[in-house]
Design a protein around this ligand. Structure first.
Ligand SMILES: C[S@@+](CC[C@H](N)C(=O)[O-])C[C@H]1O[C@@H](n2cnc3c(N)ncnc32)[C@H](O)[C@@H]1O
Length: 233
């Protein structure tokens, strides 16, 4: 970060859960394998993105690399980045074990990754943009837009809060209680940290940020407070 101005956001600083801790990374990977159906997540994403064999894909905030590993079987190359070196090392190890040769991993993020290669056909990010405050989300989206080919696609999936007319206290209390019952204390506790310390924003702000960047939003889907947006440059 040394060549950035002093006012530039330090995206390497951990917000909420500490993903620079190896135990946290291993626990995250195990929990996600148990709680998530990565195969159907990939299928839903592929249904929207229709990735081709010739595509060059960037995944930002790859975590333990599950989605990048899936994409790599359907495209030319995946560049997978994350600000946590521990996450990147873990994902790289998985790729080596699975003998994947078309994934490049870099320890960088939304605000610091520099692409010196051709522009990307597709950029995806899942459950990561909420680590940035809204102004910096806007900077991240502008950087994503600049790294895409004309007509390129951007897939964003993240926690986005709905616009409610009723009160938010009961909304969040119900989410935590339901999570405790369905997924256990650890995920409920992480969700509390998420609401309290991370930067998930409201649906109308997220849509405004995307449109203001110049994206055409082609599809919006909500599953509880997980939103996904398919956008085109
Ligand atoms: C909740 S995990 C999601 C990981 C993965 N995308 C998934 O769906 O399982 C959030 C990830 O975002 C990464 N992250 C946080 N801030 C970031 C930033 N500014 N740029 C890139 N990645 C970031 C974290 O290190 C972490 O690996």
């Amino acid at each position: 970060m040394s060549h950035y101005p002093r006012w530039y956001y330090d995206e390497f600083k951990q917000i909420g859960v500490d993903y620079t801790d190896l135990e946290e990374v291993q626990a995250y990977d195990l929990r996600m394998q148990k709680l998530r159906d990565i195969e159907s997540e990939f299928n839903n994403t592929q249904e929207l993105l229709k990735i081709k064999n010739s595509d060059l894909i960037l995944e930002i905030g790859t975590g333990t690399g599950e989605l990048a590993l899936k994409f790599s079987a359907h495209c030319r190359k995946v560049v997978a980045i994350d600000i946590s070196k521990k996450m990147i090392d873990f994902a790289k190890m998985k790729a080596e074990r699975q003998k994947k040769t078309n994934i490049e991993f870099y320890n960088a993020g939304f605000l610091t990754y520099e692409n010196y290669d051709e522009p990307f056909d597709v950029i995806v990010t899942q459950l990561a943009l909420h680590h940035l405050p809204d102004y910096w989300k806007m900077i991240a989206l502008r950087r994503i837009y600049a790294m895409l080919k004309e007509g390129g696609k951007f897939y964003l999936r993240d926690v986005v809060f709905p616009s409610l007319t009723s009160d938010y206290d009961s909304y969040f209390n119900k989410i935590i209680t339901d999570l405790k019952n369905s997924a256990g204390d650890k995920l409920a506790e992480e969700t509390e940290i998420h609401i309290r310390e991370e930067f998930s924003t409201l649906d109308w702000i997220m849509e405004g940020l995307l449109k203001n960047t110049g994206f055409c939003i082609e599809v919006v889907k909500f599953d509880g407070f997980i939103a996904c947006y398919l956008c085109k440059k």
